[in-house]
Design a binder for this molecule. Structure first.
Ligand code: BG6
Length: 490
C-alpha cells in the first residue's frame, strides 16, 4: 500500500529512541523506496540547534544504527533532506509557533505526532497542540511506553490524551507486537487448522513465556530504577504476548476484533491476593557475576544506582486465566536483565500421551512442545517423538523446525519500521487500546502494592544466571522446569 505524503513529528527528536530506533527505522524505509516524495520528519527538541547542528547529531547518533547492506551516501542525503529540526519546549505552549510554521496545513497530508517523551508530559503536549489548532482530524498521536506507572496514572493519560484525540487517532505502541514472530504467531494460530482444536486445556499442559536479556541496565538507570522489570517488561511486552497466545479467534484482523479478544484475556487473568502473591511471584535483582565470560557489576554498583535500591531486574510469575479454554493451565512468565542468555520465546507444552504401546514407559516420552522463538533466531520448533533408526522400537525426541530467515529469504523489517508504517497507513491492529492498557495495569497493581511493603526486597541472583533459585522453585512446585533447565546438555 502506497504511503500518503506525511509530516511525522518526533517529540523527543534528539533523544535515544529517536536516534537508535525511529530515525534508523525511517531510513530503512527510505532504502526500501517506501517514502513518498512528500514525506517529512520533523524532529522536535529543546536544544537551540541550527539545522546543520541537528544533522551533525543525526550523523553521529542515528547513522551508526543503520545496518542495511544497500545503504549508501546518496540514500542518506536523500533521507536527511526530509529532516526538519524544530527547537521548542514541549511543555510551554508559548514556544509552539516554530512547529506551527514548520507543518504543512493541508488536510490531505497525514500528520503523526510521536511522543517519545516521559509520559507525564503527554497530556501537556496534546493540549498544547490543541491550543494551536494542530490536533486536526488528519492527525494521529503515538504514545511510547512507559504508559504510566500504575493504574491511576494510565487512566489519567488515557483521559487527558482522550480530551484532545479520538481513540481511533491514538496509537499506543508496544514494540513487541511489531516483531515478525509475534505476527507469525497469529498466522500460526489462525492460518492453520492444525492447532486450534489442540489449543486448549484438554491438550496443553502449560505455557512459558521468557524474555531474557544479557544486557544490564546500561545508561537508563534514571528511568529504570523508578520502573523495574515488572513495569518495564511484564506489564506490557509479556502480557501482550500472553494475550496473543491465549485469545479466542477474532472474527477478523480488524483492530477492534483483535483488541476485544486481547482485552477479554486480560480481564480473565486471575487476580493475585497477598497470599497467592507470595507463592506465585518472584522478583530478583542482579549481583556481580560473569556474562559471556566478562565480569559485570551488581545492579547497585552501576553508575548512579542507589546503594539500597529495591528495584527488581528480574520477575517470574505464574498466571492463570479463568476461562473455559484455559482453566487450570499455568502460564509462567519470566523476564530479567543480566541473564545467562539473550532470548525471547514462547513455549507451549502439550500433555503427555495417555498410554504407551511401546516397551518404553509413558514417562520416557517427552511431551510435544511448540517453541516460538522471537529472538535471536526467529522461528518455530515442534518437538516430536520419533523412532531411532535401526532395529527395535526405541523412540527419542526429534524436532521439526521452521527457520523464518531460511524459509523466507526476504529482507526483514525491524519492529519499529513495521509499526511506524502501520501508523502512517492508519492501521491500529498492532496497537493497544486504552481499555487494554488499563486492564493490564489493573492486573499488575496488586503486585506493585505488595512490593511497596517495606519487608519485601528482591532476591539476589548472580549476573549470568537464570535468576534467583526461587524462580525454579516456583515452576518446580508444579513438577515442571523452565525449558532451559529441562534441555539436555550439548
Ligand atoms: C524495552 C525495555 O521496552 O524493551 C528495555 O524498556 C528492553 O529495558 C527492551 O531492553 C527489549 O527489547 P528488545 O526488542 O531488544 O527485546
Amino acid at each position: 500500500m502506497v504511503l500518503n505524503d506525511f509530516d511525522l513529528v518526533l517529540f523527543g527528536g534528539s533523544g535515544d529512541l529517536a536516534m537508535r530506533k525511529l530515525l534508523p527505522a525511517m531510513c530503512a524505509r527510505e532504502i526500501a523506496n517506501d517514502l513518498p516524495a512528500g514525506a517529512r520528519i520533523i524532529c522536535v527538541a529543546r536544544h537551540d540547534w541550527s539545522h546543520e547542528e541537528f544533522i551533525a547529531a543525526v550523523n553521529a547518533n542515528a547513522r551508526p544504527h543503520i545496518k542495511h547492506s544497500a545503504f549508501n551516501q546518496e540514500i542518506w542525503d536523500r533521507f536527511c533532506a526530509r529532516l526538519v529540526y524544530v527547537s521548542l519546549n514541549a511543555t510551554d505552549a508559548a514556544s509552539y509557533q516554530p512547529l506551527v510554521d514548520a507543518l504543512r496545513h493541508d488536510a490531505a497530508i497525514t500528520r503523526v505526532y510521536y511522543l517519545a517523551t516521559p509520559p507525564h508530559i503527554f497530556s501537556r503536549i496534546c493540549h498544547n497542540l490543541a491550543q494551536h489548532g494542530l490536533a486536526t482530524p488528519n492527525s494521529r498521536v503515538v504514545l511510547e511506553k512507559p504508559l504510566g506507572r500504575d493504574l491511576a496514572s494510565a487512566r489519567q493519560i488515557n483521559a487527558e490524551v482522550g480530551q484532545v484525540f479520538e481513540e481511533s487517532q491514538i496509537y499506543r505502541i508496544d514494540h513487541y507486537l511489531g516483531k515478525e514472530t509475534v505476527q507469525n504467531l497469529l498466522a500460526l494460530r489462525f492460518g492453520n487448522i492444525l492447532f486450534e482444536p489442540l489449543w486448549r486445556r484438554e491438550w496443553i499442559s502449560d505455557v512459558q513465556i521468557t524474555i531474557a536479556e544479557q544486557l544490564g541496565v546500561g545508561n537508563r538507570l534514571g528511568y529504570y530504577d523508578t520502573a523495574g522489570a515488572l513495569r518495564d517488561m511484564l506489564q506490557n511486552h509479556l502480557l501482550q504476548l500472553l494475550c496473543i497466545v491465549a485469545m479466542e479467534p477474532p472474527s477478523s484482523i480488524a483492530p477492534d476484533a483483535v483488541r476485544d479478544e486481547k482485552l477479554q484475556v486480560l480481564r480473565s487473568l486471575r487476580r493475585f491476593t497477598p497470599a497467592t502473591l507470595a507463592q506465585n511471584v518472584v522478583r530478583g535483582q542482579y549481583r556481580a557475576g560473569h556474562v559471556r565470560g566478562v565480569a559485570v557489576p551488581a545492579y547497585r554498583d552501576e553508575p548512579d544506582a542507589p546503594k539500597n535500591s529495591r528495584t527488581e531486574t528480574f520477575v517470574a510469575l505464574k498466571a492463570e486465566i479463568d476461562s473455559w479454554r484455559w482453566a487450570g493451565v499455568p502460564f509462567y512468565l519470566r523476564t530479567g536483565k543480566r541473564m545467562a542468555d539473550s532470548l525471547a520465546e514462547i513455549v507451549v507444552r502439550f500433555k503427555t500421551i495417555p498410554h504407551s504401546i511401546f516397551q518404553q514407559s509413558t514417562n520416557s516420552f517427552q511431551p510435544n512442545c511448540l517453541v516460538i522463538r522471537l529472538q535471536p533466531d526467529e522461528g518455530l520448533r515442534m518437538n516430536l517423538m520419533a523412532k531411532t533408526p535401526g532395529e527395535g522400537m526405541r523412540l527419542k525426541p526429534a524436532e521439526l523446525e521452521l527457520d523464518f530467515r531460511e524459509s523466507f529469504k526476504m529482507p526483514r523489517m525491524e519492529a519499529y519500521e513495521r509499526l511506524l508504517l502501520d501508523v502512517l497507513r492508519g492501521q491500529l491492529t498492532l496497537f493497544m487500546r486504552g481499555d487494554e492498557l488499563e486492564a493490564a495495569w489493573e492486573w499488575v497493581e496488586p503486585i506493585l502494592n505488595y512490593w511497596e511493603q517495606e519487608e519485601n526486597t528482591p532476591l539476589p541472583y548472580a549476573s549470568g544466571t537464570w535468576g534467583p533459585a526461587a524462580a525454579s522453585a516456583l515452576i518446580g512446585r508444579d513438577g515442571l522446569q523452565w525449558r532451559e533447565e529441562a534441555l539436555p546438555e550439548d
